[in-house]
Design a binder for this molecule. Structure first.
Ligand SMILES: C[S@@+](CC[C@H](N)C(=O)[O-])C[C@H]1O[C@@H](n2cnc3c(N)ncnc32)[C@H](O)[C@@H]1O
Length: 403
């Protein structure tokens, strides 16, 4: 069923989606899955920008089509009139920059921030993080891969960086049907950068890194930890490069233990401690084993941070993830002193905040303890989210006292 757009230029046949999903999509839910698609005209190629219609011929939005991907269309623009795609991409990059600089005034705090956050900045599948004089572009959508030169050029005009690294998340690239190894689009070097957050310095390894190099999304949550850490014995569990640990030390923690299973992460943690003239005990271990051992040895902490990797990458993992969160938090509570503070995080898109708080509460109750919530935090505001798509508000950081 081919439908033509009535506006001038950009005459493209449209994709028709199920009437059942119309309301949600018109409310700016940005993802159309394969099961919702009723008809696709023959002349559409993967990566094309196409108009999307409901079965009753109502225009819904413009979106990027990819027949290979289960997430068949990523919606991009809800206004019907035609537009110049390149201009629109440039304008959205500019807007994202102004938001960070004029509204958030982010560089007053740090020189490392997320400049473009995918759906949150109406550029679905594009992430750009700035690390001082370097930028890392992560392309997860074929249409942006096809427009990479334009994106690099626009970034070069707007952001003051000496080098730009381009990479992709392997999982997305395979789904989207393109290959992109990490490569320098501007400048080069070994991928090392030193960033500043507040007056703390962090070494970042941009090449082959977890995420794009640093967990920028926890910026504000680390400052909460700083405010709670004075005089405390702190455990930073799943510490990566030790950023929570350093903020705890800055807040006057008496003693800090950092645990991670990755040697590469721990090397960075050691370097970051040295850079800031602090000391902590570094332990390479699997978190569950470490917590069990500590419990058996009668060790106790006053403040524990749990920031594990995603337990539920997909919907089908939900029940297993909830069980995992229950057990992990229960084990941590067992080595937490009375009235100790638990900073418990989840970055699983599939787990909503309410369910996460509920599972922490169940863990406390199962030990005969009471949980008092001090603060409910999420990702830092440069990690913009879309209110119509709860999945984009992926980070939960619940700070509580366990009596
Ligand atoms: C979300 S990141 C933590 C980020 C860190 N808290 C920060 O603020 O930078 C998760 C970390 O868990 C580590 N990890 C993954 N599985 C683990 C396990 N079973 N035990 C301990 N660490 C693990 C990874 O190496 C990674 O550094």
């Amino acid at each position: 069923m081919a439908i033509m757009v009535k506006s001038q230029g950009n005459h493209h046949a449209g994709v028709v989606v199920n009437d059942r999903d119309k309301r949600l999509l018109r409310q700016h839910y940005p993802w159309v899955f394969g099961r919702s698609v009723k008809a696709v005209p023959k002349d559409i190629a993967d990566g094309d920008l196409v108009p999307v219609y409901s079965e009753d011929r109502e225009f819904i939005a413009w979106g990027f089509f990819n027949g290979r991907s289960q997430l068949r269309i990523k919606l991009f623009e809800w206004r019907e009139e035609s537009f110049n795609l390149k201009e629109k991409i440039r304008e959205r990059i500019r807007r994202a920059y102004l938001f960070r600089h004029q509204v958030l005034k982010i560089t007053g705090q740090t020189d490392a921030y997320r400049l473009i956050n995918s759906e949150g900045d109406s550029l679905p599948g594009l992430i750009v993080d700035v690390y001082g004089g370097s930028a890392v572009v992560q392309v997860n959508l074929l249409a942006f891969y096809q427009n990479l030169n334009l994106i690099i050029e626009t970034l070069g005009d707007i952001v003051q960086v000496d080098r730009i690294l381009v990479k992709t998340d392997e999982h997305y690239a395979e789904k989207e049907g393109f290959e992109l190894r990490e490569r320098w689009a501007v400048g080069g070097g070994d991928g090392r950068a030193i960033i500043r957050d507040g007056d703390l310095l962090f070494a970042v390894d941009l090449l082959g890194a977890q995420k794009t190099g640093f967990y920028l999304d926890q910026r504000d949550n680390r400052r909460v930890v700083k405010g709670l850490a004075a005089g405390k014995r702190v455990l930073d569990c799943f510490c990566f490069s030790g950023a929570f640990a350093l903020w705890a030390l800055k807040g006057g923690a008496k003693e800090v233990v950092c645990v991670d299973s990755s040697e590469k992460a721990l090397e960075l943690a050691r370097e970051n401690l040295r850079l800031n003239h602090y000391a902590a005990r570094i332990v390479k271990a699997k978190a569950f084993d470490f917590l069990k051992e500590q419990a058996a040895g009668g060790e106790r902490f006053d403040l524990i941070i749990l920031d594990p990797p995603k337990f539920a990458p997909k919907k089908k993992d939900y029940a297993k993830a909830m069980k995992g969160y229950f057990e992990l938090n229960r084990m941590a509570m067992q080595i937490l002193n009375q009235n100790g503070i638990l900073v418990s995080c989840s970055c699983s898109q599939q787990v909503d905040q309410e369910s996460f708080v509920a599972v922490l509460n169940q863990a406390a109750i199962s030990l005969g303890r009471e949980m008092k919530v001090i603060d409910v935090k999420t990702q830092a505001p440069d990690h913009t989210f879309v209110p119509s798509c709860p999945e984009t508000r992926y980070l939960k950081c619940i700070i509580s006292e366990i009596e």
